[in-house]
Design a protein around this ligand. Structure first.
Ligand code: BMA
Length: 749
């Protein structure tokens, strides 16, 4: 029996700091005041609820609760598990952040580090004598592990700090932990060092054997294998029954029974004080399997698997699909799938409070754009299970990164202790997500050099070999050969038109900041005297781009209407840039395998690259993305931002891109400020194709504003796209900008 320990009255309190490896840490009695605590949650959220810290999301108040990191914290609860003779009882924590010890009836049962792996603690002995006191001691963030640098590294650290990208240190302290890196402060997130029980806590009652894990791998021909990891006390034969039945469609169930040792049995000792596990392989076949398809290719068929052993059972969802990645072309179920993706970052600086509903809302917004993939960025999290369940149900693909990000000039630690932690955390992330058909690729993380971090990549590869049952491609890091992050625009301040020159096979990051809606700005910065910088906005770069969209390329002073005009201009700039980059990549379909914009969401109200803000208010780019991410795209290729005048010759190529597997036919029309300037007879767009439909050369009679292209099938418009012509790009991409990109790419190889 599995229940969650959430609505129960947890409590929280603090004690003076102790060393993490101090022998005596049983100081729960030293807590003076206990507060009611929310689980899953975060220490700071409970303090906020009781008025003990200021709201970290307003102005720059996230800097005003450092004391929380300087003390250690206790969570406690008393539970009364229903226990019968012969039964076993476990508490399973799905995520404790970050250094912690678990106590059962006052006895230390485990002391560990890592927020992503699950912790299963047996409490059978304690449960026999009635109520059980469960407590978790969490070290304040001041006690997080720190880097120890050798003499050479110290020297490099001081030299590199003088370089433009080295200002935060080439061996930042965050790199000594496998804690979500964005919580140390990022260019779209505040420094809020999370701590607490941030994911589900379960109470599990079983017979003499319990199901520790269940992984399933089924190939598209229906041949499958269940890998069952059992925690059995005795070395005895355990009868297993299983049923596979359709989850979201009508169909027949398949069931089977195995008594005695079926298939292969492997005894396995797992480090970290667990009892030895017994592994079963159960082969089975599903006749006429229904494949899980991404939403733009069909229906995401899901199956339910129920496994029963005496005294325990487990139910999970899975899907059947194949995935290949070669030369940056994803193939799902044997078909090319062009990626129209969104970079996903944590939905909250306090991920503990993100609910199933929050995920549902955000994922619905993501899918509504026409996107088919989320890149779960390495500076963030492995999200909660429900995130992946929803992606499975919605037919959204997931590229999942391990928790490493932005190690430009330095390296991650490569001592054995750190590498063991890497293996522990990545292996458990893999076990947790292995059954999700939506997860189609693992990636080692964001922006580090696999060459300079070979030990790290090897540890991840090793973890995958051990933990993965259903194989998927592994990308060592992003960017990498063939896969680019284009920061020529924005960080490199290059003109928006630089996106048009992108030649990478795959583009997994590019974007511009834009101001959010006025209501969001007012909520985060009620006092306009407090600078945007406190909410991440990079004023100089914002101005570099949004001034192109103000009347007469005006500066801030000409923005007579103030903030609303700036909001509109910055959102137009963001939209114009994203449009150039996305359409350029999509026209190159075949040559290019996909595009993932930076970034979909944000973890607090900010001035960031997000196209949907923290309060889920969309920016202009979000609304327009539906056209650019429509599987059927009409696109005009022209030199944008030219500030055309009457008498100029306007030249463009007309393209049609069809990501679907259906043939599309229609007549294509282009009009400029209401006047038709181009049309075709019925044209055919073959399945999975990108085609040049024609060329426009038109002498302008007045200053143009808006260009519209549409595809009509008889009386019905089947696709449409618009272009903002009311802006003027500055300069051309220069040599320095190209050199900067070249250096960045070399550094990350
Ligand atoms: C990319 C990301 C993030 C960062 C973003 C914007 O490199 O991977 O590290 O937030 O750029 O600067």
């Amino acid at each position: 029996m599995r229940t969650t320990l959430h609505p129960l009255p947890w409590q929280l309190g603090h004690v003076p700091r102790r060393e993490f490896n101090s022998p005596e840490i049983s100081d729960l009695d030293a807590v003076k005041d206990w507060l009611p605590a929310r689980v899953p949650g975060n220490v700071r959220l409970d303090l906020l609820a009781y008025g003990m810290i200021p709201d970290p999301f307003r102005e720059d108040r996230y800097r005003k609760s450092d004391w929380v990191d300087e003390v250690d914290w206790w969570y406690r609860i008393t539970i009364e598990p229903e226990w019968e003779a012969g039964q076993r009882v476990f508490a399973r924590f799905h995520g404790i952040d970050y250094r912690f010890a678990i106590f059962v009836n006052g006895q230390e049962a485990a002391r560990r580090e890592g927020m992503f792996s699950r912790q299963t603690i047996e409490i059978t002995a304690a449960a026999q004598n009635g109520p059980v006191d469960l407590a978790v001691r969490i070290w304040g963030s001041e006690a997080l592990p720190k880097r120890r640098l050798n003499a050479g590294q110290k020297l490099w650290q001081s030299i590199a700090q003088l370089l433009p990208e080295g200002k935060n240190g080439v061996y930042p302290d965050r790199s000594a932990t496998l804690k979500a890196q964005y919580s140390f402060g990022w260019d779209f997130a505040p420094r809020i060092l999370t701590l607490g029980i941030w994911d589900t806590v379960e109470l599990i009652t079983t017979g003499a054997a319990s199901i520790e894990d269940c992984q399933i791998n089924v190939s598209p021909d229906g041949k499958g294998d269940i890998l069952l990891t059992l925690n059995a006390l005795e070395d005895e034969e355990i009868p297993v029954t299983y049923t596979v039945s359709p989850h979201n469609f009508e169909g027949e169930a398949v069931s089977g029974q195995v008594s005695g040792w079926a298939g292969e049995r492997v005894g396995k000792e797992v480090s970290g004080g667990h009892s030895p596990f017994t592994i079963y392989h159960l082969p089975f076949t599903i006749p006429n399997p229904k494949l899980w398809q991404p939403w733009d290719r069909g229906f995401p068929h899901l199956y339910t698997l129920q496994v029963d052993i005496p005294g325990d059972s487990l139910t999970l969802q899975f899907g059947i699909r194949s995935v290949e990645l070669a030369d940056w072309q994803f193939r799902i179920n044997g078909q090319n799938e062009f990626i129209r993706g969104l970079n996903w970052v944590p939905a909250d600086s306090f991920p503990g409070r993100v609910t199933a509903n929050d995920y549902r809302e955000l994922l619905r917004l993501a899918k509504d754009t026409g996107a088919n993939m989320l890149r779960v960025w390495g500076g963030g999290l492995r999200e909660k299970q429900v995130f992946y369940n929803l992606c499975d149900e919605m037919g959204l693909l997931v590229w999942q990164e391990f928790p490493f990000a932005c190690m430009f000039l330095g390296t991650y630690p490569h001592d054995q202790q750190f590498l063991n932690l890497v293996e522990q955390e990545t292996a458990d992330i893999v076990r947790q997500l292995d059954n999700h058909p939506s997860v189609v690729a693992w990636c080692g993380g964001n922006e580090f050099s696999p060459k300079r971090n070979q030990a790290l990549v090897q540890a991840m590869t090793h973890a995958l070999q051990n933990a993965q049952h259903a194989p998927r491609p592994f990308i060592p890091a992003s960017p990498g050969p063939g896969d680019a992050h284009n920061w020529l625009v924005w960080h490199g301040k290059a003109p928006l038109s630089a996106y048009r020159e992108e030649e990478a096979r795959f583009l997994s990051e590019f974007g511009l900041q834009a101001l959010p809606d006025l209501a969001t700005l007012e909520a985060m910065l009620p006092n306009p005297e407090i600078g945007w910088e406190s909410h991440q906005g990079d004023r100089a770069k914002l101005q570099r781009y949004f001034k192109l969209f103000l009347p007469d390329n005006g500066g801030l002073r000409s923005a007579v209407n103030g903030l609303t005009e700036l909001i509109t201009a910055s959102q137009r700039a963001q939209a114009a840039g994203l449009q150039i980059a996305i359409e350029g990549m999509r026209r190159r379909k075949g040559d290019s395998g996909g595009v993932i914009l930076w970034q979909f969401n944000e973890p607090w109200p900010a001035i960031s690259w997000a196209i949907v803000d923290y309060f889920r208010r969309p920016k202009l780019a979000y609304r327009l993305l539906k056209r650019w991410y429509n599987p059927l795209l009409l696109s005009l290729d022209f030199e944008a931002g030219m500030n055309w005048q009457s008498g100029d010759l306007f030249e463009a190529e007309v393209w049609g891109v069809n990501d679907s597997l259906d043939v599309t036919r229609g007549a294509c029309y282009v009009s400029l400020d209401g006047e038709r300037i181009f049309e075709t007879e019925d044209v055919t767009l073959p399945p999975d194709s990108s085609l040049r439909l024609g060329r426009i050369a038109y002498r302008l009679e007045k200053k143009p504003q808006e260009l519209v292209v549409a595809l009509w099938s008889g009386e019905q418009m089947i696709a449409q796209n618009n272009y903002d012509l009311g802006w003027r790009d500055e300069a051309k991409i220069n040599l320095w900008q190209r050199f900067r990109r070249w250096v960045a790419e070399k550094t990350l190889r």
